[in-house]
Design a protein around this ligand. Structure first.
Ligand code: HEM
Ligand SMILES: *[C@@H]1O[C@H](CO)[C@@H](O)[C@H](O)[C@H]1NC(C)=O
Ligand SMILES: *[C@@H]1O[C@H](CO)[C@@H](O)[C@H](O)[C@H]1NC(C)=O
Ligand SMILES: *[C@@H]1O[C@H](CO)[C@@H](O)[C@H](O)[C@H]1NC(C)=O
Length: 346
């Protein structure tokens, strides 16, 4: 009896801890909504296609939003507590800030997520909820995962069966983003460590960086490579192709309007293809973190393989997107819910 009295609180403590620390036993699966909302994938695809036809930015904005959603961690106990559960792909990035809470997306580190990504999810959610059987039955996290799959295909990339069954997260704080996202200044080791924190591999780093085959970057994200590199006046990053450096200097003059953004793939900016890796071979990677994949002997073999063989890259990208989509997912009712409005906690 005495024994039990001592161990009960301990057991409770251990059980609570394990909720946070055990790797999620969560299982996603394809066709998760087959009986709940049978046409959900075509409903989402139609809404995303309509938005994509209005603006190409839909594709990069939605793809990047998915990455940021999955890559961010929140402590819903207290932001100061280090014991934070993996936040993962739970649509917490879509939550709008309120007077009492600065949400993830308004962390200065949100690196200027384009509004079109949020808009895509909101529109697809409206289309899903317009079907009575589907109303409030499909999570915003799954809608974002489907939309990310759809924009890759719409931009000319591979299509794939997407795993579903995520619940939406119950919190979103700007503090949770701090230090979680990889920076464009990162070396291969730093990129690998940052992906390892999500349970992802160096191969995932190299494959998912291929997403930079579409989309835009603001000038300040790489200005340090084209002006006064490492503080030396007038110097340019020696791993940057000199004609490309000149082109970047023309597009991004010193003290340029901070809202100016340029295309990340200078060759086929509107096509999801393997040109990203060919650019790296020509030393036309935009960020230090991009070019590092070519400069570092450990990652170069995959860069070369995927530059040569688009089908090989497509397969690797799909595998890594699927792995990214599993990061920290919540499937138990205690962990999450299905949001009525993707930008507001229920
Ligand atoms: C490997 C580490 C990564 C770093 C350091 C990185 C960094 C960046 C930066 C600095 C930008 C420019 C943002 C701006 O100025 O507006 C950007 C854009 C973008 N990133 Fe990444 N990123 C990484 C991985 C990824 C991954 C894994 C994906 C998706 C699978 C992704 C998809 C995108 C897309 C599509 C854009 C263009 C966004 C737009 O046009 O609105 N990135 N990234
Ligand atoms: C989130 O936090 C947990 C627990 O501290 C940690 O194990 C995990 O690696 C973190 N994930 C990310 C993406 O930072
Ligand atoms: C990102 O953060 C900045 C600064 O915190 C904020 O002004 C901006 O509106 C945010 N972007 C989005 C899309 O929420
Ligand atoms: C620089 O880019 C040009 C194409 O714009 C290419 O012909 C050349 O080989 C590249 N230089 C290097 C060192 O890769």
């Amino acid at each position: 009896m005495a024994n039990q009295k001592i161990s009960r609180p301990l057991l409770l403590f251990a059980a609570t801890l394990s909720l946070f620390l055990l790797p999620s036993s969560a299982q996603l699966r394809q066709n998760f909504y087959a009986n709940i909302c049978p046409n959900v994938e075509s409903i989402v695809r139609d809404a995303v296609t309509q938005k994509f036809r209005q603006t190409f930015t839909t594709a990069p904005a939605t793809l990047r939003l998915f990455f940021h959603d999955c890559a961010v961690n929140v402590s819903f106990l207290s932001p100061s507590l280090s014991l934070s559960p993996p936040q993962g792909c739970d649509a917490s990035v879509i939550i709008a800030s309120t007077p009492g809470n600065t949400a993830e997306k308004d962390n200065p580190d949100n690196l200027s997520l384009a509004g079109d990504g949020f808009d895509t999810v909101i529109k697809a959610k409206a289309a899903v909820d317009a079907v009575p059987q589907c109303r409030n039955k499909v999570s915003c996290a799954d809608i974002l995962a489907m939309a990310a799959r759809d924009v890759v295909a719409l931009a000319g990339g591979p299509s794939y069966a997407v795993e579903l069954g995520r619940l939406d997260g119950l919190s979103s704080t700007a503090a949770s983003v701090d230090g979680k996202l990889p920076l464009p200044s990162f070396s291969l080791d730093q990129l690998t460590a940052s992906f390892a924190a999500m349970g992802l591999s160096q191969t995932d780093v190299i494959a998912l960086s291929g997403a930079h085959t579409i989309g835009f970057s603001h000038c300040n994200r790489f200005a340090g490579r084209i002006y006064d590199f490492r503080g030396r006046a007038g110097s340019v990053d020696p791993t940057l192709n000199s004609s490309y450096a000149a082109q970047l200097q023309a597009e991004c003059p010193r003290n340029v309007d901070p809202s100016i953004a340029i295309q990340m793939d200078p060759v086929t900016p509107h096509t999801f293809d393997n040109q990203y890796y060919r650019n790296l071979q020509a030393r036309q990677g935009l960020f230090t973190s991009d070019q590092a994949l070519q400069e570092d002997a450990r990652s170069r073999p995959l860069v070369d393989a995927w530059a040569r063989n688009p089908a090989l890259f497509n397969r690797a990208f799909v595998t890594s997107m699927t792995r990214l989509g599993r990061v920290g997912v919540k499937t138990r009712p205690a962990q999450g819910n299905i949001r009525r409005d993707c930008s507001v906690l229920n």
